[in-house]
Design a protein around this ligand. Structure first.
Ligand code: BEZ
Length: 328
């Protein structure tokens, strides 16, 4: 079912009509949660969004940003947004796909050739249309996409072929599309949130991690690894979310201002990754890692098998593949 922000707003007004119509246009201090640390691109974008919202609303609205899981993990933040206890979040699409499996389509291996292609796919009408069901299925309004780059594999030991991944304890973000990818490869995927990753790699609890080059640099994961496979095997999108309950209580003017500004700042992260992915990768060459570029052929028949599993769970997958092919 297609979700239309305008009908949603009308429905909300019909439901609580008198109270909302009579309410004065209230100033609001929005609370925005994220799991990323303060120096991360998403956190900086959230702060820039808050600053611009304060400016454009003439100081009427403000945003308090809570980085580094201060308000809980993403599953907890999504739940808080459903009840209206949390106003906003910049969140991995990975977490949203745990509630709305169709979003798993974004993780089709090699859907995007590189980070610029990923940005174009995330800006497409097909991708935007996939946000329409979020108010109904997850209790949140999705305003647009950002990114945390492409996924790579960083390993403590040598990895020369996909066979070397077999049995490897490999840290993954906790969500199904990536779990399936590594299970199909015969690895031992180990779901683990970001804060646990550095120590797990340092003490050998995991042999390898699935990660992006920004965080490998910023959080210095390379200190405890030898091989970096620049595989670009998946994109890693982010989505700007507003609690549907909170959104319904805003005036039409505030709805437009808040969602347009949030969309602008989540979108800005796409440009940051396009501009910086190369230099982040280069920086890892300079710290003496073995850096090996690999492509889809490295992973053998796994892509076809992944596609079979996810075609059933993510009806948007063929459309997204078509869109990706047109944007090449
Ligand atoms: C991760 O789980 O690897 C991750 C989460 C948020 C931003 C970047 C990476």
């Amino acid at each position: 079912m297609k979700f239309d922000l305008r009908s949603f707003a009308k429905g909300a007004i019909a439901a609580g009509a008198f109270a909302l119509a009579a309410a004065p246009v209230a100033a609001k201090e929005f609370r925005l949660g994220l799991i990323t640390p303060p120096p991360h691109v998403w956190t900086k974008a959230a702060e820039a969004f808050g600053a611009e919202l304060a400016e454009k609303s003439g100081g009427k609205h403000s945003v308090s940003v809570f980085p580094a899981r201060q308000l809980g993990n993403e599953a907890q933040m999504l739940q808080q947004m459903q009840t209206g206890a949390l106003d906003m979040a910049f969140m991995t699409v990975a977490e949203v796909s745990n509630r709305v499996p169709n979003m798993g389509a974004f993780y089709a291996p090699y859907l995007a050739n590189d980070i610029a292609h990923a940005a174009a796919i995330l800006r497409s009408d097909t991708a935007r249309g996939m946000l329409d069901v979020l108010p109904m299925e997850a209790g949140v309004v999705g305003v647009g996409y950002g990114s945390a780059g492409m996924r790579q594999i960083l390993s403590r030991g040598e990895v020369n072929s996909a066979d070397d991944l077999k049995g490897l304890k490999l840290r993954i973000t906790p969500f199904d599309p990536i779990l399936d990818f590594y299970n199909l490869l015969g690895a031992a995927p180990t779901p683990m949130p970001l804060p646990a990753v550095y120590d797990a790699l340092a003490n050998g609890q995991v042999d390898a991690i699935d990660m992006d080059v920004e965080l490998i640099n910023v959080l210095k994961y390379h200190e405890h690894a030898d091989t970096l496979l620049i595989s670009n095997h998946m994109m890693f999108p982010m989505v700007g979310l507003i609690s549907a309950r909170v959104y319904a209580g805003l005036s039409a003017e505030d709805k437009a201002m808040v969602s347009e500004l949030m969309a602008k700042h989540v979108d800005s992260t796409l440009d940051v990754y396009v501009a910086k992915e190369g230099s982040w990768t280069e920086a890892l060459n300079n710290v003496g890692k073995t850096v090996k570029p690999v492509d889809a052929s490295f992973f053998g028949g796994v892509m076809g098998e992944w596609e079979k599993i996810w075609a059933a769970k993510a009806p948007s997958l063929p459309d997204l593949r078509d869109t990706a092919a047109k944007l090449k």
